[in-house]
Ligand binder design. Structure first.
Ligand code: NAP
Length: 193
């Protein structure tokens, strides 16, 4: 079986990746919501590798490793941190020398070659976690098998854009969708090839 590549996206309706402020954006549920399950907790048994660009990797290491957790964080974030500490983490970087996080390694260069290398290794499925520029490069290279999107109820977002410019239409098949109490959407699509 080929290792499936899922892109996790976190975006405003117009496709920007900086987390926006809106009514409810600071709410942290006590139990995992449909977004959290869709991106993470439903996937712990089927995914063993997470790919991140260097900036996202540094952010995750400094916020989501277990030793960085705050005592008041909800239980499912501790679960997430333990899972993230345990899985293989691939950081794409041309400048990083040391990752500073267990079970991680630095790769670099052409994404087709990076993916071919990972797919040649034994393992489970793979999540491309971000940032938006790296996810965009994966999409543009046609490397994404499915998309798990959190969409914030905001237009005219900021930061890097997930979509443009893309060179070719990508047709998608809807697998699942959920609406959340503050107007966010979880959308799960597969690429039709
Ligand atoms: N899940 C998330 O992480 C997430 C989600 C939404 C929004 N955001 C926001 O997005 C921002 C970070 O995203 P970003 O798009 O700016 O940065 P990023 O993708 O996390 O990191 C960009 C860096 O990745 C490295 N890189 C990318 N492609 C590479 C390749 N093919 N080979 C080697 N290195 C490669 C380069 O690192 P070097 O400079 O070291 O070469 C590049 O500077 C943050 O502000 C964050 O808040 C993050």
């Amino acid at each position: 079986m080929t290792r499936r590549i899922t892109a996790n996206l976190y975006m405003t309706l117009d496709g920007y990746g900086e987390f926006p402020k809106y009514p409810g954006s600071d709410f942290v549920p006590a139990e995992p919501d449909e977004l959290w399950k869709g991106w993470w907790s439903d996937r712990y048994s089927s995914v063993d590798t997470v790919i991140m660009g260097r900036r996202s990797f540094e952010g995750h290491r400094d916020v989501h490793s277990e030793k960085a957790r705050k005592p008041d964080d909800p239980w499912y974030m501790f679960d997430y941190s333990r899972w993230l500490d345990r899985v293989q983490k691939v950081v794409l970087s041309r400048t990083m020398k040391e990752t500073g996080w267990q079970n991680s390694r630095i790769l670099s260069g052409n994404l087709n070659e990076v993916v071919a290398k990972l797919r040649a290794e034994p393992g489970k499925d793979i999540i491309v976690e971000g940032g938006p520029a790296l996810v965009h490069d994966f999409i543009a290279a046609g490397l994404v098998d499915d998309y798990r999107m959190g969409v914030w109820p905001v237009i005219l977002g900021k930061g890097n854009h997930y979509w443009g410019p893309l060179l070719a239409q990508q047709t998608l098949k809807l697998v699942d969708m959920k609406a959340l109490p503050y107007g966010e959407l979880f959308l799960h699509y597969e690429a039709v090839r």
